[in-house]
Design a protein around this ligand. Structure first.
Ligand code: NOJ
Length: 537
């Protein structure tokens, strides 16, 4: 059991003091509230399909999400689409205004591939799409807000999806690695004079798991034991291609990184088997993407390679379902990230589960991982079944990454909590305070974390959940054509944290006091209701 990772994990857990484990207490040094360093960057994040709308306007082509919501509308919880969403294509100036209101330093948004290249390939560049992002970037810079730009947040042009998308093979004449590289080159050329922080691909684990494993997201493939791994393999190679193109063909002085998601996992019991389950959790959810880029030796974790090879052989496959990388590919991927963009939301308690007992489809990456997972019901529960708040998990994870991967520079590019509509979002406030305290604790432990983006700036289209859950600091009225953005209590709390650089647990703003329009609208409804009652009675 004395694998180096486990020793690091135990070390990481052991240095965490009890006050952070419940996450409820404000972090303090010598009874003073801890302060974020003056150069720590605060931000908010969104993605194009989730907020932009204008799905078939301004020369944009179809993405695989446009295709999904038209061909399988029943698959979205409330039968909605991202056709209009928060309509940021038209209201981007208002978005910049609310970023300014919050006082953030950075805005993480994504570029829609088919808005720039309607058919996916650079033989036809849509100038209207380029203008839209130029306007947004210029507006941000004019307001002293630094753009962090995601190149791919799951919007594959449908044309490329039909030509095999993330399941093409690197050995094919036409493949996604070349396609993504060519797209990245266009972005650097058009925007690289002003954008200095590029995030290549968002959350390979979630994209491949939901899109190619379990058919929850576009393009709705069901292949959790093969397609899932192929997708991830291609994403790693495509990311590396975009990185090399930037470094070798451009001299724009910026940085390129990948966005990986990772939740925290802790063992169910102190048995060796459950300790192994924790190692497996990290290998199968994080190491599989992290190690090829950030480990000194490169490539995916050997234990994972061996496990999948053995299980594939036992299942009658002639070769491993995880196709091995060549030595050349391993070298090509190693070191291809100037920073880690980390998305983190929740934690799990895990246990070893060798006999699958009908829990997972076989073969599948979940079956390969051989773990079961659950939550502590006392953790802060959101309205998304997968999201429970446990702030110490973020502190633990940051320390784990520092120790295991030689202290990479980290930007937290997503962290947030879902709720029902409404301006008084006390649970979200509790969540943000807890998680930001965890960041302060990690800074104290010497983690090189430079920034934090709340997910999300505003309510948006939450993929298969449609608009049934809200993640916004700002509420968006999806029934009003003007899509008004109204600050929730959490927005006011976040704003005060950014201003003061401390987390004051006593600060208790009232969002109704700050939003005149809301009060006026509510009063109008009240007066009209009274008038109607008067008539009826
Ligand atoms: C991560 C994804 O990047 C984002 O698109 C999604 O809305 C949030 N998680 C919340 O589920």
């Amino acid at each position: 059991m004395c694998r180096i990772e486990f020793c690091l994990l135990v070390f990481s857990i052991s240095i965490i003091d009890a006050s952070t484990l419940n996450g409820a207490q404000p972090s303090s040094r010598n009874n003073e509230l801890k302060q974020f360093p003056s150069d720590f960057l605060f931000g908010a994040a969104t993605s194009s399909y989730q907020i932009e709308g204008a799905w078939n306007e301004g020369g944009k082509g179809w993405s695989m999400w446009d295709h999904l919501v038209r061909t399988a509308p029943e698959h979205i919880a409330d039968n909605t689409t991202g056709d209009v969403a928060s309509n940021s294509y038209y209201f981007y100036k208002r978005d910049v205004q609310i970023l300014k209101e919050l006082g953030v330093n950075i805005y993480r948004f994504s570029i829609s591939w088919p808005r720039i290249l309607p058919y996916g390939r650079p033989d036809y560049v849509n100038r209207e799409g380029v203008d839209y992002y130029n306007n947004l970037i210029n507006e941000l810079l004019a307001n002293d807000i630094t753009p962090f730009v995601t190149m791919y947040h799951w919007e594959l042009p449908q044309n490329l999806n039909e030509r095999g998308g993330w399941l093409t093979r690197d050995t094919d004449d036409e493949n996604i690695i070349d396609w993504f590289g060519d797209y990245a080159r266009v972005l650097y050329r058009e925007f690289g004079d002003r954008v200095k922080h590029w995030l290549t691909i968002n959350e390979p684990y979630i994209h491949c798991n939901h899109g190619y494993g379990y058919a929850n997201h576009a393009p709705r493939r069901s292949s959790p034991g093969e397609g899932y791994y192929e997708c991830g393999r291609n994403i790693l190679l495509a990311h590396a291609r975009a990185y090399h193109i930037y470094k070798e063909e451009f001299s724009q002085g910026g940085q390129v990184g990948i966005v990986l998601s990772c939740d925290w996992a802790m063992p169910s019991t102190d048995s060796e088997a459950d300790a192994q389950a924790v190692l497996d959790y990290f290998d199968f959810h994080f190491g599989i993407y992290m190690d090829p880029i950030f480990s000194p030796q490169g490539n995916q974790p050997q234990s994972l390679i061996d496990r999948i090879a053995n299980m594939s052989a036992a299942q009658g496959y002639s070769e491993s379902r995880l196709r091995p990388f060549t030595e050349e590919q391993i070298d090509y991927m190693r070191g291809t990230s100037d920073f880690l963009a980390l998305n983190h939301y929740t934690s799990y308690i895990v246990y070893k589960n060798e006999s699958v007992n009908g829990m997972y489809v076989v073969p599948s990456h979940n079956d390969d991982a051989q773990i079961g997972m659950y939550r502590d019901p006392s953790w802060l529960q959101s309205i998304s079944p997968w999201l429970y708040g446990y702030p110490a998990g973020l502190h633990n994870l940051l320390v784990y990454i520092k120790n295991k991967y030689n202290s990479p520079t980290i930007y937290i590019t997503e962290n947030g909590f879902s709720s029902n509509p409404g301006l008084i979002d006390n649970d979200r406030v509790t969540y943000y305070r807890g998680y930001l305290n965890a960041v302060l604790d990690a800074l104290d432990d010497g983690v090189d974390v430079r920034g934090y983006c709340a997910w999300s700036l505003m309510d948006n289209f939450e993929w298969a959940a449609g608009f049934t859950v809200r993640f916004g600091l700002y509420q968006v009225d999806m029934n009003d054509p003007e899509r008004p953005r109204t600050p929730r209590k959490s927005a006011l709390v976040y704003k005060e944290i950014i201003r003061s650089r401390v987390i004051d647990p006593e600060y208790n703003p009232d969002p109704y006091e700050t939003d005149g329009s809301y009060v006026i609208k509510t009063s109008c409804v009240f007066v009209i209701t009274l008038a109607l009652l008067n008539i009826v009675l």
